[in-house]
Ligand binder design. Structure first.
Ligand code: ZN
Length: 625
């Protein structure tokens, strides 16, 4: 008997269930009985604790108020101060999403406003926080998800059927294995295939932005990878070396679920659209189009940290905070009803940063840990965040005092927002009045941080909710929206620029460098890794003159490198994590690092903690149990 039938049999006869459907691992029942819809909560709660599945009770379409009338009523019930941005209806699922600036006010005391909306309109309301900083991307993505309500319902139902109704091989011997399709003894193109007799799951699907030709992409031509057999894709975080090849799966016909967090979904979309543009402007043909990105978005299922979800008949997924960038997660898989527990760190940071708490360290169970090793060598150590921040403060004060400008080339996602908070803190604590211009993707991504405060640490979250303290809205920040505005800022007084790209390989940071690079009054601060061959690396290594496009720029700008604001663990943190993680895993798999780093870290962990370690090459498969 299916879990759906089981639930239907347990409901009272007058529940008048008109239809049922899965929404991924959740079960939704639609009633035609108004009283049961309003008062059936206790019965449903009892049922949830009995069958251990999430069950949603919603009203059948025949009971619902028309959308126009419902929208009018919602606007009457929700106080004006909550500031409604838009109301989106999903008729196929009886859902009504209200986007507001102030969710607390919209929900009301004890959820009273939502209760009222539900009882009077027979729609099930959901409140979403809209960024206080206007963001087109979030609005567009939500529209993509909400426009084809019927399609979305069918897709979610199919995912549920796969989880609950298609168990293939109950009698077969159990095993779990993982194959590196990318990021084996290298940084870039992260992609791993996890298999059990029942399930095939892809962990990340990234590109190697620094590589050329076929070396950019994961080994999807490996014999064990069959796109038509793939059950689910999990994306650990938005950076392109973890998400950049996702649309290609959809181009090749994949139509299954993509599990990620909401901020990862939005940031990934932003980065992928930018990736297409960058490819086009370098006259390279992108391997996928924006239609493929849209298809990927339509198939996302977003989860919160700590939310436990079945994703196949024998695998249960939970995300935990990874502390790396907005929405980044540690991916925990509970396999075969406790047969094996596996966790993949994606990119992670153990120490706290201005934006995020350090990565989670406690799990119900853990046997195998697969971790990154970007900074895996013993000499890969970073100065403390406090020292790094003090250094930035000193550079800014000195540069502004001599009427110079500070250029901080930075990655669009992660570092830029961390630096924004560092600068905001300096301005506030030191009562220093200076202007910070944000150019490139920096502003859009800041807006995403503002839209998802629950993914930030408590300190920033509290400030965002407290009137007048939102650090992203500090008056020191100005968005540069056009070439003209950029020119005006460059010609203006002393100030700071945060601009992409982080390695001066293109984008606005290069434009600023051309104008500011030959003046010793100015300063440039490198805050992220400078890749071999990049202009940033040449300058950092002491070039006295560099060629940018057709111009030659004499490098007279004062140069600084600040390495303590990284979103990755340094070597000390990586070792510290193995020491502190609970429970201690029996096996550690090292990936996402240059060969020497993966090997050194694997051997050091083995020596220090007496656990089995391995550093697979690409295409190698490891049996976990
Ligand atoms: Zn990353």
């Amino acid at each position: 008997m299916t879990v759906l039938n089981d639930i239907l049999n347990k409901l009272p006869a007058d529940a008048a269930i008109e239809s049922t459907s899965y929404e991924g691992a959740n079960i939704v029942i639609y009633t035609k009985n108004k009283t049961f819809f309003a008062q059936g909560g206790d019965i449903i709660r009892a049922l949830v604790s009995e069958v251990k599945k999430r069950i949603d009770l919603r009203a059948d379409g025949s009971l619902r108020m028309g959308t126009k009338e419902a929208e009018k009523l919602v606007r009457e019930i929700i106080p004006k101060e909550a500031d409604i941005h838009q109301i989106l209806f999903e008729p196929a699922r009886s859902l009504l999403t209200i986007e507001v600036k102030k969710p607390g006010l919209a929900i009301g005391k004890d959820g009273d406003n939502l209760k009222k909306i539900k009882e009077e309109t027979f729609w099930t309301p959901i409140v979403r926080r809209d960024s206080v900083i206007p963001s087109k991307i979030t609005t567009n993505i939500r529209n993509v998800l909400f426009t084809d309500s019927e399609d979305r319902k069918k897709f979610l139902h199919k995912v549920g059927q796969r989880i609950y109704e298609q168990q293939l091989s109950t009698s077969e011997e159990m095993w779990v294995r993982i194959t590196a399709l990318g990021a084996g003894r290298q940084v870039g193109r992260s992609c791993f295939l996890l298999q059990t007799p029942e399930s095939k799951i892809l962990l990340d699907c990234g590109v190697n932005v620094a590589a050329h030709g076929k070396y950019q992409f994961p080994y999807l031509n490996a014999p064990e990878f069959r796109i038509d057999e793939l059950d689910a894709v999990i994306i650990s975080h938005a950076h392109l070396d973890h998400s950049g090849f996702l649309p290609f799966l959809f181009k090749m016909g994949y139509r299954g679920p993509v599990y990620l967090t909401e901020p990862t979904r939005d940031t990934t979309a932003l980065l992928l659209l930018d990736y297409i543009q960058v490819n086009q402007s370098n006259s390279k043909t992108p391997l996928f189009a924006s239609a493929d990105i849209k298809e990927a978005i339509k198939h996302t299922i977003s989860l919160e940290y700590g939310e436990v979800t079945d994703i196949t008949p024998d695998v249960r997924l939970t995300f935990y905070n990874a502390g790396h960038i907005l929405g980044s997660c540690l991916v925990h898989l509970h396999i075969g009803d406790g047969y094996h527990n596996f966790m993949y760190t994606g990119d992670f940071k153990v120490r706290d940063s201005r934006l995020f708490d350090g990565a989670s360290m406690q799990f119900p169970r853990l046997e195998t840990l697969m971790m990154e090793s970007t900074y895996g060598l013993p000499n890969d150590t970073m100065p403390s965040r406090e020292d790094s921040e003090a250094n930035i403060e000193k550079i800014i004060k000195e540069t502004l005092a001599r009427k110079g400008k500070v250029l901080i080339p930075s990655l669009g996602v992660g570092r830029s927002q961390e630096i924004m908070l560092v600068l905001e803190n300096i301005a506030r604590e030191e009562k220093l009045d200076f202007k910070v211009y944000l150019d490139g993707m920096v502003w859009d991504v800041a807006a995403l941080h503002n839209a998802y405060p629950r993914f930030l640490n408590k300190d920033v979250r509290d400030k965002i909710f407290y009137e007048g303290q939102d650090p992203f809205l500090s008056p020191i920040f100005t968005r540069v929206g056009s070439g003209k505005e950029r020119q005006e800022a460059i010609e203006g007084g002393p100030c700071v620029f945060i601009a992409t790209s982080g390695m001066l390989t293109g984008g606005p940071s290069l434009e600023y460098f051309k104008k500011l690079g030959d003046n010793p009054k100015n300063s440039m601060i490198f805050v992220n890794y400078q890749g071999e061959g990049s202009l940033g690396k040449k300058i950092q290594s002491g070039a006295s003159e560099v060629q940018v496009d057709n111009e030659f720029v004499k490098v007279k700008i004062e140069l600084h490198t600040i390495s303590g604001l990284s979103g990755h663990c340094d070597r000390i943190e990586l070792m510290e994590y193995i020491q502190k993680v609970k429970p201690r895993p029996r096996k550690v798999i090292i990936v996402h690092g240059e060969q020497s780093k993966t090997l050194d870290l694997a051997s050091s962990i083995h020596k220090s903690f007496r656990v089995e370690t391995t550093a697979p090459r690409n295409l190698e498969t490891i049996r976990l149990r």
